[in-house]
Write a protein that binds this ligand. Structure first.
Ligand code: THU
Length: 146
């Protein structure tokens, strides 16, 4: 077990699923293709890709696609997400960490100290961070507890 409480084999599987999901990216405007693979506490994996729109602002990131698919099917507990993103037509050269909006969506459903975010270039080249590192002092459901 590494510091992130996730096994190497699980990271590699999630990275692979994120890379596969990236193939389905609908990104004709940015040509920046992103895939994500979200692991639930039950061990299921929900994938997502970025889905762009001619009106631009309705664009949905890959991470949120994966979260919304999972939550809409009754899943609320998550362990990790892998993200693979980069310009179309070339190997991924940079790690694609989630945008601020996606970090906030993670904050809604995940424990910042436990939820693992994996940025992958390939199944063998990745970096791992906790949500608390990506969104320190985040605002979440506990702030609204009565
Ligand atoms: N994008 C994601 O899918 N995830 C992120 O965390 C950052 C950005 C997408 C949105 C848009 O389709 C493209 O990447 C360029 O911003």
């Amino acid at each position: 077990m590494n510091k992130a409480a996730i096994e190497k084999s699980e990271i590699e599987e999630l990275a692979g699923r994120a890379l596969q999901a990236r193939e389905l990216s609908y990104s004709p405007y940015s040509d920046y293709r992103v895939g994500a693979a979200l692991l639930t506490a039950e061990g299921d994996i929900y994938t997502g890709c970025n889905i762009e729109n001619a009106a631009y602002t309705p664009t949905n990131c890959a991470e949120r696609t994966a979260f919304f698919k999972a939550v809409s099917e009754g899943k609320r507990n998550f362990r990790a997400i892998a993200i693979a993103g980069g310009p179309a037509g070339q190997p991924i050269a940079q790690y694609a960490w989630p945008c601020g909006v996606c970090r906030q969506v993670m904050m809604e459903f995940c424990e910042p100290e436990n939820f693992v975010v994996i940025a992958a270039k390939s199944t063998g080249e990745y970096q791992v961070k906790k949500l608390s590192e990506l969104l320190p002092d985040g605002f979440g459901p506990s702030n609204l507890a009565k």
